[in-house]
Design a protein around this ligand. Sequence first.
Ligand SMILES: [Zn+2]
Length: 203
Amino acid sequence: MTASPPEFRELARRVGLAPDPTARGPVPLNRYYEACNAMHVALPDLTTGSAAAYLVQFGYVSGPDNVEGLWAGTDALAGLLFRAGDVAVAFVNASDILARRRFTAAHELGHAVLHREVMGSVLEDATIEETDGPLAAMEAEANRFAAELLMPEVILRARADELRAAHGCCPRVVLGYRLASELLVSREAIGYRLKNLGVGDGE
Ligand SMILES: [Zn+2]
């Protein structure tokens, strides 16, 4: 089991959002965004170019020159984070399914909180692997932040206890199926998280 990053604990404290196992439903991601003075935007067929156009259109940068290098980008992206001072705008790909968009948004918020000193003004994520496999350090950190945010350990353990109390057993695959629906995360993401934390029975 890995401990929460201190930055995440500080953020959760600031947001005042201790996960409540008696409440059902997905974690209110937007409240974390608000606490970070950040916003997220879903653009269809996200590219660096479409993100740059949005930033110009809505006045986050004064013109294309300020996002030089981004402007002509046509490669499809899962996510992109833009920072200017204390403001952060995360872009997610509107073509992705909801669970994927939520994970991407949480991952980008992780970059905004954890990597503000090192990321510069733009950070692009061509793909975001919801995995425990070897990843670049910043990607792994942003994933861990997203997992902590969207799949709080206390909720996972509470649902496991409920399942065991009702049925006498707690197969990880069944628990994962239920939690994916409740928390609006992918089956893969919750599967890795449950396995990491050792919650539920099975491989
Ligand atoms: Zn990333």
